[in-house]
Design a protein around this ligand. Sequence first.
Ligand SMILES: Cc1cc2nc3c(=O)[nH]c(=O)nc-3n(C[C@H](O)[C@H](O)[C@H](O)COP(=O)(O)OP(=O)(O)OC[C@H]3O[C@@H](n4cnc5c(N)ncnc54)[C@H](O)[C@@H]3O)c2cc1C
Length: 264
Amino acid sequence: MLDSLAGDTVVWRHRLVAATPRPDQGWDLTFHGGRRTNCDILIGADGARSVVRSLLTDVGTSYVSTVVELNVEDVDRRHPDLAELVGPGNLWCVGVNQILSAQRLGDGGLRVGISLRAEGRPLDTYLDKRALLDMFAGWNPRLTALIEAADGTPTPRLIEAMPSGTRWTNRPGVTLIGDAAHLMPPVGEGANQAMLDAAELADHLAANPADPGTAIRTYEESMFTRIRPIAEMSARVQSMMLSPTASDDIVRFFSRTAEPARTD
Ligand SMILES: Cc1cc2nc3c(=O)[nH]c(=O)nc-3n(C[C@H](O)[C@H](O)[C@H](O)COP(=O)(O)OP(=O)(O)OC[C@H]3O[C@@H](n4cnc5c(N)ncnc54)[C@H](O)[C@@H]3O)c2cc1C
């Protein structure tokens, strides 16, 4: 995709620090280090801590969970038992208020994740593998071996979300896509919705190049309508998965979803 663009279309290593409206139309952009440019239309695709978002809404984010990430490199050669346990996709082990997961990566490694409820403990509590193993005391050693085998220091992160139903009043020449527009608990929707935002916004702009204002308004209205139920579902699934009764609830959730439609 990059090769199909003119060489200077994407400019790497420019962190936006401010965007201010130009007197006629468009935006002046200032980047870290003082570099400046301007644009006619500003599309904020700058993720969870979007700078562009503040031009449209002062909505805040709230802390919904902690995820600690660990990596196991070269798993087939170094830990064939773990490679077999995880298989070609994902492994999820759901406990009481905590989840241990592992995902096969394209580089031959595993990404191991520990998800915990929002507890307010300092993040450096989770930097030590020993402390993580203590949290999984009593778990099957075949599973905790995923933590034992991890290379390097664990990376703990606070996971945040915006309130579901977040919307803003349209402002000419600026909009948001992806996590900048709708940061949700991570239960499998964020990247997918970000790509759909980009495709739909591009479609509207391409279909109506003379009137980008209408294209952006149309995109925003349909994005708000699409995202609201997905954000609500993501919040429900997140609290279900990190609850004391998570494993039973998840079995019930999938059994209910899998029930055949009634014909009577
Ligand atoms: C633990 C976890 C698991 C997840 N699992 C899934 C999943 O299974 N399926 C799924 O669909 N989604 C998942 N997600 C969500 C998904 O990762 C995000 O929704 C998705 O990455 C959002 O894409 P984005 O392009 O909007 O933002 P990002 O991927 O965050 O990209 C934003 C980009 O903007 C750049 N940027 C930030 N600030 C600035 C600035 N000021 N100036 C210039 N550039 C800037 C960043 O460097 C980054 O490159 C998960 C998230 C987490 C945390």
